[in-house]
Design a binder for this molecule. Structure first.
Ligand code: NAG
Ligand code: NAG
Ligand code: NAG
Ligand code: NAG
Ligand code: NAG
Ligand code: CU
Length: 170
């Protein structure tokens, strides 16, 4: 897949947030008589317990998957949901291992600037059942792979943005 330009990523982020807002207004809509119909477009059950979502689905956390696109199609994600990052540890056959970082702001996300990034899962932590990250702060989360000092993020589109949403409960 072609690498997204910064402008395209911005547009994706904007459309993601606009979609989340329209999703939210659908959920919190004024017609209270037909909730089940209104919630059907959401892939997740927003009244249920927190979900556990494998990042990338069956593809896991790997080079060349467009995770911005994945997040758009699989979101919105809710407070207390768990994101699971699955990737193989470094080995003789895996010489370009992945990792998971949180970038401090939108600019570093757009630039794949890892200089002030916070390591959340090392190259060895994605094995087995994967590394679990619980969305437990109300803030934008800018996830990126640290592989190749930004190469996986930039050229492998291994980055995505999540703003946890409020899960309505009865
Ligand atoms: C609410 O939804 C129900 C079921 O689809 C529909 O019959 C009703 O007309 C709707 N009410 C309003 C105010 O849109
Ligand atoms: C959503 O989850 C709740 C609680 O687990 C369940 O009772 C309900 O039937 C689910 N609704 C849908 C549409 O799956
Ligand atoms: C994804 O990870 C699971 C282990 O949790 C593994 O069984 C599966 O083969 C992986 N998928 C790919 C495409 O590597
Ligand atoms: C999130 O999970 C924590 C710990 O399990 C729990 O105490 C808290 O009530 C949950 N918050 C929401 C909004 O679900
Ligand atoms: C990786 O992405 C950077 C930034 O867009 C670009 O300058 C570089 O040519 C790309 N490298 C490869 C090998 O595609
Ligand atoms: Cu990577």
């Amino acid at each position: 897949m072609a690498r997204l330009t910064h402008a395209q990523v911005l547009i994706l982020l904007l459309s993601a947030s606009m979609w989340a807002i329209s999703m939210a207004s659908r959920q919190y809509g004024f017609n209270n008589t037909d909730w089940s119909y209104k919630r059907r477009p959401c892939r997740q059950n927003s009244t249920a317990a927190p979900n556990k979502i494998v990042v990338g689905g069956s593809q896991n956390w790997t080079f060349g998957i467009n995770y911005a696109d994945w997040a758009l199609k699989n979101g919105p994600f809710y407070f207390n949901d768990t994101l699971v990052f699955k990737y193989d540890p470094p080995s003789d056959t895996n010489t370009h291992p992945h990792s998971v970082y949180l970038l401090p702001n939108l600019w570093s996300f757009l630039k794949c600037d890892l200089s002030r990034a916070k390591l959340v899962a090392s190259e060895t932590q994605g094995g087995g059942d994967g590394f679990e990250f619980v969305l437990k702060s109300w803030q934008p989360h800018y996830f990126a792979c640290g592989g190749g000092a930004g190469f996986h993020c930039n050229n492998g589109t291994m980055k995505f943005f999540v703003m946890p949403m409020f899960r309505r409960r009865y």
